[in-house]
Design a protein around this ligand. Structure first.
Ligand SMILES: Cc1ncc(COP(=O)(O)O)c(C=O)c1O
Length: 402
C-alpha cells in the first residue's frame, strides 16, 4: 500500500462495522437460517414430537457433515469443549497418562486433558505457522504418552502427516500407536494435503460457537472420525453412557442442527471470502518490514479464522501492547491476542504443569496480535484496517526504533 493509498483509506472514514478482534459472529447468517429454525421450531410444537434430540434434523446434519469432511462418521455435540472432554474420555486415561498439546492455544484442549484425569504435556509451536512443532512433540514423548492433541490454530492445519508418523513410531507399550486428535474449533473449512481438516487423525473436534467459521445458533460442535468404535463410544458418552458406562448429556438441539445444515452449505463461500480478504490484506501490508504476516504452507489451505500478525522481537510485550492500544484508541481498530501460551497465563493450568518454560511459545505469545477478519467485511473496511496498522507501525517505529 503506498503512502497515498494509505492516506486515502484513512480519510475515507473508519470501518462500517465496529468489529471486535475476534468478531462476536464469525459467520454470515441470513433468512435461510431463520426459515430453517422457524420450520423446525413449528414442527417441534406438537406434544407428539417436542424438542427431542437427536431429532429429525440431527441425522441428516451428521450425514452431511461426514460427506463434507470425507469421514465415515460425524457426531454432533453441544460444544467443542464438551467434544474435547468426550474425546479425552474415550482414551480412558489412567493417572499419570500424558497427552501432548501446544501451549499457544485456547485453554479448552488442555482443560479437557486434565479434566479426564490426564497429565497435560505442553509443547512448542513453529513460530511461522503457530502449529505444534513435530520435533518438539517427539522430544516430549515418554512411555506414559497416550495421545497428541494438535490444535489447528487460528484456522490453519497442524502438520498432521508428520504428527501421525511420529505417533506410529512411538507406540504406547500397552495401547499401541499414539492417538492423534485434532482440535479444529477454529479451523472448520481449512484443508491439508487435498483433504479438509477433519479427515486426518483418530478424531477431530469442531466448534460451531457463535464466533467460529460456522455456527449452530451460538453453541455446538461435532466430532469426525473414520473409526466406527470411536464414533460409537462418542455417541454413548454424549448421552449418559448408553446402556453401560459413564456419560453425560452433550446433545445438540434439533433447531440447531437445522440451522447447521444451512451454515454447512454456506461454509465454502464464507471460507473463500475470508481467504480473499486475507490475501488482499497480506498484499496491502507486505511492504512493512516490521510485520510478520500469516504464513500458508504450500500443502495447506488456511481458513483464516484469525489473521495473525507478529511484531518484531524487539517490540515483544510492551511494544505490541502499545501498537494494539494505538489501533484501538487512535483508529478504532480492535485486536485480540490469540493466544498467549496457556501454561503461563491460565492459573489453573499453570498450577497443573508447574515450573515449565517454553521459550518459543512465550516469545511468540508476546509478539502476536489479530486484527478483525470476517467473511462479510467490505473492501473499504479491510483497506482501512490495513492502513491503520501501517500508520500505527510507522508512528511506533519513530518511538521504539525498528
Ligand atoms: C481452539 C479452541 N478449542 C476449543 C474451543 C471451545 O469451543 P466451544 O466454545 O465450542 O466449546 C475454542 C473456543 O473458543 C477454541 O478456540
Amino acid at each position: 500500500m503506498t503512502e497515498r493509498e494509505r492516506r486515502d483509506a484513512l480519510s475515507a472514514g473508519r470501518p462500517e462495522m465496529d468489529l471486535a478482534g475476534e468478531p462476536a459472529l464469525g459467520s454470515i447468517v441470513g433468512e435461510e437460517e431463520v426459515e430453517a429454525a422457524v420450520r423446525t421450531l413449528r414442527a417441534s410444537m406438537s406434544p407428539e414430537v417436542g424438542f427431542r434430540t437427536p431429532g429429525s434434523e440431527a441425522e441428516p446434519f451428521e450425514a452431511e457433515l461426514a460427506a463434507h469432511f470425507g469421514t465415515r462418521f460425524a457426531v454432533t455435540v453441544n460444544s467443542a469443549g464438551a467434544g474435547l472432554d468426550l474425546a479425552m474420555r474415550a482414551l480412558d486415561l489412567q493417572p499419570g497418562d500424558e497427552v501432548i498439546c501446544p501451549s499457544i492455544n485456547f485453554k479448552a484442549a488442555p482443560m479437557a486433558i486434565v479434566g479426564q484425569g490426564g497429565t497435560w504435556v505442553p509443547c512448542e509451536v513453529d513460530p511461522r505457522t503457530l502449529q505444534a512443532d513435530p520435533s518438539d512433540v517427539e522430544r516430549r514423548i515418554t512411555p506414559r504418552t497416550r495421545a497428541i492433541l494438535p490444535v489447528h490454530m487460528n484456522g490453519l492445519s497442524a502438520p498432521m502427516d508428520d504428527l501421525l508418523e511420529i505417533a506410529e513410531r512411538h507406540p504406547h507399550p500397552v495401547h499401541g500407536p499414539l492417538k492423534v486428535i485434532g482440535d479444529a474449533a477454529r479451523a472448520c473449512g481449512g484443508a491439508y494435503r487435498g483433504a479438509l481438516i477433519g479427515k486426518k487423525g483418530w478424531m477431530t473436534v469442531f466448534s460451531f460457537h457463535t464466533q467460529k467459521n460456522m455456527t449452530t445458533l451460538g453453541e455446538g460442535g461435532a466430532i469426525t472420525t473414520d473409526d466406527a468404535a470411536a464414533a460409537d463410544r462418542i455417541v454413548k458418552l454424549r448421552f449418559f453412557g448408553g446402556s453401560d458406562g459413564w456419560g453425560s448429556s452433550c446433545l445438540m438441539t434439533n433447531v440447531q442442527a437445522a440451522v447447521g445444515r444451512v451454515q454447512l452449505r454456506r461454509l465454502p463461500a464464507m471460507i473463500e471470502a475470508r481467504r480473499r480478504i486475507a490475501a488482499e490484506r497480506t498484499s496491502l501490508l507486505s511492504s512493512c518490514p516490521e510485520l510478520t504476516l500469516p504464513y500458508e504452507p504450500e500443502d495447506c489451505r488456511h481458513s483464516y479464522y484469525l489473521y495473525t500478525i507478529l511484531v518484531p522481537k524487539s517490540w515483544a510485550g510492551t511494544g505490541r501492547d502499545r501498537l494494539c492500544a494505538m489501533l484501538r484508541d487512535d483508529y478504532r481498530v480492535n485486536t485480540v491476542i490469540a493466544n498467549p501460551p496457556v501454561h503461563s497465563t491460565v492459573p489453573f493450568l499453570k498450577a497443573h504443569v508447574g515450573n515449565v518454560h517454553l521459550p518459543i511459545s512465550e516469545e511468540v505469545g508476546a509478539r502476536l496480535f489479530c486484527p478483525p477478519i470476517h467473511p462479510g467485511m467490505s473492501d473499504h473496511d479491510n483497506r482501512y484496517i490495513s492502513a491503520a496498522i501501517l500508520d500505527a507501525v510507522d508512528r511506533l517505529r519513530a518511538v521504539l526504533g525498528p
